[in-house]
Design a protein around this ligand. Sequence first.
Ligand code: PHE
Length: 364
Amino acid sequence: ISKHLLAATEAAASLDALEVVRVEALGKQGRVTQLLKTLGGMSPEERLANGPAIHALREAVTAAIAARKAHLEQVALDAQLASEALDMTLPVDAVAPGTIHPVSQVMDEMAEIFADLGFAVATGPEIEDDWHNFSALNIPETHPARAMQDTFYLEPKAKAAGDGQGPSSDGGGFAADADRAKPEPPMVLRTHTSPVQIRTMLAQKPPIRIIAPGRVYRSDWDATHTPMFHQIEGLVIDKGITLGHLKWTLETFLKAFFERDDIVLRLRPSYFPFTEPSAEVDVGWTMVDGRKRLGGSEGWMELLGSGMVHPRVIAACGLDPAEWQGFAFGVGVDRLAMLKYGMDDLRPFFEADVRWLKHHGFSA
Ligand code: PHE
């Protein structure tokens, strides 16, 4: 029996076959089990004579089956590993890594510089209501300044009576009860980041020091104008703020941004309805090897709009203009990116042509 069972164990080619052998030997009806049972019917002498051999048989068979089982499991595992192995020598399709778009990169850089100057980042919606984009900024409905910005209007909402929706209910105070009957003006794609001035002044108590980077929209298309472009708004509201603070802030920013210490600024009187006085900020350039480069003051290039926040804007946000003053500016990010990277056409920035981005070193 011993020989037969040990041989059968060795011969079992699979775990299933081994289980059949185990049941045949050690199962309830198994041959070894049957032998063990015969011990009960034996006389003490017979038991003494046969017992050790039967117990030894059971142990030998049990051990042989356990050893065979371990061996078969190892073989199965090896086979599984072999079949699931990766072939590390197979060639892989090359996937070019994505990169940050140059305009995003420039915005991040600008935000970092302003963060060092103590400015937090504020945001607002790109679909804006008339009150935040125009009225609160001292651009009333009939004001010719609305024509300065070629606005994209959205289809007017059908107005459900008393739905409490729209600019009149979100803190803007657009419609007094008396003009509820008037249709609400359509929503717009914001034409500048200045509405974020309003949203910030309504949401925070001064002192305020924020920049607001984001997309803005105007109906315009040529080499230096795209219908979507990017601005960064700056707003400071505090006590005793002057144009001097504005000029120092912009100078410090531009020196850091263009990495030149010889940046010179010139403030030129200008007009914006939401600032008084208003100033166009020009940056000086110098001819070097037949090319204009920033720095020095041989000539001037218009850079951004700015001014002292108009008292009416401060009052529209529920602050007392006698107590709080401030400055604001709005700068075209794409324009600054063009200057920094020496480009003369803005449109490629937004054409998503990877070859162009690569050629300019903007993509891997
Ligand atoms: N919002 C103005 C524009 O888009 C720029 C500006 C911002 C001017 C803040 C003055 C103050 O042209």
